[in-house]
Every structure is written in structure tokens, then in C-alpha cells.
Design a protein around this ligand. Structure first.
Ligand SMILES: Cc1ncc(COP(=O)(O)O)c(C=O)c1O
Length: 393
């Protein structure tokens, strides 16, 4: 008679790379948000242009069965950026090879780190800032140096960043979010060019996701041929003097395409090429492509939404100041608010009970105890203002 087999330990699944074993999945509280006033992710609160919706509805069913086609999209992005950057007809232009297409700026960031970040390399950035930079660095095994914004006015730590850039071992990557999410800190684009010129070996990535709300972009300077390294020969590439500068833009927030995922990296063709090498051939889906063409063609819609948000933001800031609530946020479609009558968690819950979502900044350096509130239309912010006064009483 056969002996029963000795019990064996179940085989363990193979481990991932050491960097991945130490990583926690980047998770944002994104479920169950429909039907509420969503002031928690800095999204467009009214949706995309009707022309975008119309274009998506017109997609024939057979197109869903075909791999996406990207022909013409980089040229359309370049033309739209030239228009919004006030590019002079005689100045250097943006061309398709300056534009990388990505499945959202998140995917662009991921690709930048994959292409440029090797184990042991250093990421230089600020703190607190957008939460996806650090996990991207960690998954590559990079070291992170995060320099805090100035306490208590959140000014950009320019001198410290410059010193860290120009020290004996320049960082591989510098990530600047301008305006910064979540502090709203603005940095003059001229200063970013100064930093890029100070450390040619560092890839300086400027995340301009919220640029439309402040107007601070390096692109108009590059397209005007300006900047501290301004030695460019006539007719030279727009990035000739700053080949180590990469700008990120998205249609997620202002154009309201967050659910479709489409973002861009704009830079020297050689850098755009390298970052594009680590993405899959069809990472952006056909719906996003169709929507992007339509959105880029309706700048008036975006401009009107931005104007509405800025008006609503100014009104809310004025009310908060008059009523004596601490608040912060120069650039961007968001403000940090510090509750005073209750803890932030209690106020967040009371707002949720009133049907309004905001984002807790619990545990973040310098801003622990605050709530980040995205700005929508004036009518939406009226609703927020009355709920806020009750929630923090
Ligand atoms: C500063 C910043 N960068 C990038 C992203 C991601 O943008 P996208 O939706 O295009 O991936 C966000 C989204 O919140 C953000 O706040």
C-alpha cells in the first residue's frame, strides 16, 4: 500500500524585484464618488466640451475593433501649445517630434523614471508635492531628496534646490510641480530655466498640469528664444538651449478628460524619443485620441472653464480671509483650508455627509491637519461655502 505523501509547504510565488517588494501600490480613494460634489481630485467639475462628447459618440463601432491610430495628434498638440503660448510666427516652433503622447501624465512620469532613473540615482524634488513622484523613484531603486517648502508661507526653496543641483553629485532628475499641488506655490518660469541651465546633467521635469490656472509656463519663454542660456542660433530648435528640460501637460483637469487618460511630454526630440521607448505601442486608447483632437480644437471651452474657476476661487479666498479661516494656494484650481473648530477628519466627514468630497492632507509634511478643496464653478463653491461654515462650527 502506498504511503500518504508527506505534507509539503505550498510553493511560494516568485518574488518581484527587490524595489517592488518594498513598494506599496499607489492608491487614491477613488471609489464611490459619483453623484457627489467632487472637490477632492482637482478635476474639471462640469465635464468636457460638448464637442468632445459628440466626437466620442460618433465613433463607429468597427473602430473599437481596430488598434488606435495616432497620426496627426502630435502636430495638433504642438499647434495648440503654440497658440496658447503666444508663439511668434518667426520664432522657433514646436513640431511633432517635440511631443510625446502618454496615457495621462501619470504614465509620462512613469516612463520618465523608467527611461532615466537607475538604481542608486537621485531624485531631487520638493515636499509636499504630487504624490506619484516618490513611488516612481522608489520602483526604480532611486534615492529621494525632497526639500521642504518654506514654513509657513510655502515659498519655493529655490536656494536649497539650486545648492542640491550644483553640488558635487548632481541628481539624475529634478521634479518641479508648477504651480505645486497641493500648496499652490508658484515659481517664475525664468527661475526654472536658471535651474535647468545650472545642471545640464540633470533632467529637469516641470509638471505643468495646473499651468492654465496661473499662466506660469516655460514654453512661452522657450518659444520666444528667451532665458539665461539664450545663446541659441537663429532657426535652432526651441529646446536647443535647454535639452535637459521636459514639460508635462495633460487634458485631464482643464479639458475634463481625466477618465479617458491622455497627457503629453514636451521637450527636446532626443529626450522625447528616449521616454517614448519605454511605453507600449498602443498605450493610449482610441477614445482618448478622438477626445483629444476635439478638446484641442475647442480651446474656448477650456478658457471659459478656467475663467469661471478663477472667479470662484477669488470669491472663496475673499470669504475665507474675511471670516478668518487659514487658507493657502496661489496657483491651481485648489486651496488648502485649515479647519479651526474641529479636526480635519471630522470636517471632512461632515462635508461628505453634506454630499461634498474634499481631500485630507493627513500625514503630509507642513500641511497635516488641512484639507485640499478643488475649485469648481461659482454655484458649486456657494454650495461648498455654506456646507463648510456648518461643518467647521
Ligand atoms: C501635479 C499632478 N501631476 C500629474 C497628475 C496626473 O495627471 P493625469 O491625470 O494626466 O495622469 C496629477 C493628477 O492629480 C497631478 O496633480
Amino acid at each position: 500500500m502506498d504511503r500518504p505523501a508527506a505534507p509539503q509547504a505550498a510553493p511560494a510565488p516568485p518574488p518581484a524585484r527587490p524595489e517592488v517588494e518594498c513598494l506599496q501600490a499607489y492608491s487614491a480613494p477613488l471609489e464611490g464618488r459619483r453623484g457627489l460634489l467632487r472637490l477632492d481630485f482637482n478635476e474639471n467639475t462640469v465635464g468636457p466640451s460638448p464637442r468632445v462628447v459628440q466626437a466620442i459618440r460618433a465613433i463607429p463601432a468597427e473602430h473599437i475593433a481596430i488598434y488606435p491610430e495616432y497620426e496627426g495628434l502630435q502636430a495638433a498638440v504642438a499647434a495648440a501649445l503654440m497658440r496658447t503660448s503666444g508663439a511668434a510666427a518667426a520664432g522657433p516652433g514646436l513640431e511633432p517630434h517635440h511631443i510625446g503622447l502618454f496615457n495621462g501624465v501619470d504614465a509620462a512620469l512613469h516612463a520618465v523614471f523608467q527611461a532615466y532613473g537607475a538604481p542608486g540615482d537621485r531624485l531631487l524634488t520638493t515636499s509636499p508635492t504630487f504624490g506619484y513622484y516618490s513611488p516612481c523613484a522608489r520602483m526604480q531603486g532611486m534615492a529621494i531628496e525632497a526639500i521642504p517648502y518654506r514654513h509657513t508661507d510655502f515659498a519655493f526653496p529655490f536656494d536649497a534646490i539650486r545648492a542640491a543641483l550644483t553640488g558635487p553629485a548632481p541628481p539624475r532628475l529634478l521634479l518641479i510641480c508648477n504651480p505645486n499641488n497641493p500648496t499652490g506655490t508658484r515659481l517664475a518660469p525664468e527661475r526654472i530655466l536658471e535651474l535647468a541651465a545650472a545642471s545640464p546633467a540633470t533632467l529637469v521635469v516641470v509638471d505643468e498640469l495646473y499651468e492654465a490656472f496661473s499662466g506660469d509656463s516655460v514654453l512661452p519663454l522657450l518659444l520666444a528664444g528667451a532665458g539665461v542660456a539664450g545663446t541659441r542660433a537663429p532657426g535652432a530648435d526651441a529646446f536647443a538651449a535647454y535639452p535637459n528640460l521636459l514639460v508635462l501637460r495633460s487634458l485631464a483637469k482643464t479639458a475634463g478628460l481625466a477618465g479617458l487618460r491622455i497627457g503629453f511630454a514636451i521637450g527636446h526630440p532626443a529626450v522625447v524619443d528616449r521616454v517614448g521607448r519605454v511605453t507600449g505601442p498602443y498605450d493610449i486608447n482610441s477614445f482618448a485620441v478622438t477626445a483629444a483632437f476635439a478638446a484641442l480644437d475647442d480651446q474656448a471651452y477650456v478658457d471659459a472653464f478656467v475663467a469661471e474657476v478663477l472667479a470662484a476661487k477669488a470669491l472663496l479666498q475673499q470669504r475665507l480671509t474675511t471670516a478668518g479661516w487659514r487658507h493657502q494656494g496661489e496657483g491651481g484650481n485648489y486651496l488648502l483650508l485649515w479647519p479651526r473648530a474641529r479636526g480635519a477628519a471630522a470636517v471632512e466627514q461632515r462635508l461628505r455627509d453634506a454630499g461634498i468630497l474634499v481631500r485630507s492632507m493627513a500625514g503630509k509634511p507642513l500641511i497635516d491637519g488641512s484639507l485640499r478643496v478643488s475649485i469648481g464653478t461659482r454655484a458649486q463653491m456657494e454650495q461648498f461655502w455654506s456646507a463648510w461654515q456648518q461643518a467647521d462650527s
